[in-house]
Design a protein. Structure first.
Length: 464
């Protein structure tokens, strides 16, 4: 679920008079405005602007349910340039909920030694969106004050953490600065359908919402469970946490957009196509072993050529999506029993992150195969990289690090050499249709990033 982005703001200066009169007041008749200047003072209006900017920026993500902390902890200025005070933020959220502008749930007090802090919720309503827009806060008036593109966050709370830059993070910071600046010179349109079934078009970059994409890292070394595995690795970075993960995200990768919407993206009015790396994580493991690209054709291309059995996810009589899910689990979970358990959670719908569809559940039953039998079939098919499977969370994050570096290096290579906008989505590039044939030809031969290679831990996964 989303948490507040403290970098969002607007040039709109809110006043108590603005929320007390006209349409804003008509939209919030139950909102308590108080009887003197102690209510809705400058600090509370500052907090209100932060909340409304976040709501308008991403109103529908995770059904509009936002998490926030009621801990009396001030966010540092580096991550809170508007200097929103925690006491004002909590007071404003409470007033908005009491005035039925937002929905919400307060968390129960955290118990002693409880590892994960309880988070309270506020729920976006159409009334809150209309309230923001009536005050002049909309997609085009929201700006990000963030001056950086690499961020380290707590893996449980999403809290931004301070860090010192080194060679790798400085390189990624410069690359992402260039990438974001370039995208903002181009117009990107994404048609989508709202929850009400209405057809809308989102506009980003030139003429629309400014793009600010981060590379995201987590503090795995601060948690004992993952620290134990990290200590088995030889790491040259000053801050070990930057050796894991590092994907980008947001905008066209998240709600309200569906995967199918990305096919309809227009860049400067031109249609797009996607060039992706089939079976990307499997391919990266083969490359790490010096075995070259295991697969360059997509599954669709292999089927058309009568070579379906060559697909990395092909297991006889097992639907491809089920094999793909098992491979994902095998790259991120340690040991056969745990892999089988997590696969069952996926089937039973008890995994909060991923759930099998009813069709997939039925299809797996028809396979008449045990979980471990599928694991063994995958290991047999990919015996040359078997040491990369069943190694746990950190192994999966090492592979993600490799993927993220590769895809963003490729995107900037095409931008710098051929001057056209490239959007990234995990292991795929979205490019103007006219450039697709060239991109498809060059993605497997473009040289990689030397700095990223220097810090890669791919060859050490087998030590976990």
């Amino acid at each position: 679920m989303p948490t507040l982005d403290y970098f969002l703001t607007s040039d709109i200066e809110l006043t108590k008079e603005m929320i007390s009169d006209g349409l804003p007041r008509e939209l919030t008749p139950s909102l308590d405005l108080g009887k003197d200047n102690r209510t809705w003072n400058k600090n509370q209006l500052n907090a209100l602007k932060l909340i409304l900017c976040n709501i308008v920026d991403n109103p529908h993500k995770d059904m509009g349910i936002w998490l926030y902390s009621r801990d009396k902890k001030q966010i540092p200025y580096r991550f809170n340039p508007s200097e929103v005070k925690y006491s004002s933020l909590i007071a404003v959220i409470d007033k908005l909920i009491q005035g039925k502008v937002l929905g919400g749930i307060k968390s129960s007090p955290r118990k002693k030694d409880e590892p994960r802090p309880n988070r309270s919720e506020f729920h976006v309503t159409q009334q809150s969106i209309d309230f923001a827009i009536s005050l002049g806060i909309n997609k085009k008036t929201i700006i990000s004050q963030s001056s950086f593109y690499v961020r380290l966050r707590d893996r449980l709370t999403d809290e931004n953490l301070e860090f010192d830059y080194d060679e790798y993070t400085t390189h990624i910071e410069m690359l992402m600065s260039q990438y974001n600046n370039y995208l903002n010179e181009h117009n990107i349109l994404i048609p989508y359908t709202t929850a009400k079934g209405e057809h809308e078009v989102a506009e980003f970059g030139k003429g629309g919402q400014k793009i600010h994409l981060y590379r995201n890292f987590r503090n795995y070394y601060d948690y004992e469970k993952t620290k134990q595995d990290i200590d088995k690795l030889w790491i040259e970075m000053d801050n070990y946490n930057f050796n894991f993960g590092g994907r980008s995200g947001g905008y066209w990768q998240s709600t309200p957009f569906e995967r199918a919407d990305r096919k309809e993206i227009a860049i400067n009015g031109k249609k797009v196509l996607k060039a992706d790396f089939p079976c990307c994580h499997i391919n990266l493991c083969y490359l790490s072993e010096g075995l070259g690209w295991h697969q360059q054709e997509t599954n669709k291309e292999l089927i058309e050529e009568g070579r379906a059995e060559e697909d990395a996810y092909y297991i006889h009589n097992v639907p491809r999506d089920i094999v793909k899910q098992m491979v994902l689990i095998m790259f991120n979970v340690k040991g056969r029993p745990s892999v089988s358990r997590v696969f069952n959670e996926w089937l039973n719908g008890t995994n909060p992150e991923r759930k099998a569809t009813p069709e997939e559940v039925v299809a797996w039953k028809k396979c008449r195969m045990k979980n471990i039998e599928l694991v063994d079939a995958i290991l047999k098919k990919h015996w040359r990289i078997k040491d990369y499977f069943l190694k746990g969370k950190i192994a999966g994050q090492i592979i993600q690090f490799e993927e993220a570096n590769m895809i963003h290096h490729l995107a900037m290579s095409f931008i710098e050499n051929y001057d056209f906008a490239v959007l990234t989505v995990y292991d795929e590039l979205i490019v103007p249709e006219e450039h697709y044939p060239m991109v498809k030809d060059f993605i497997y031969t473009t040289a990689g990033c030397e700095i990223c290679k220097k810090y890669s831990l791919m060859s050490q996964i087998k030590n976990l």
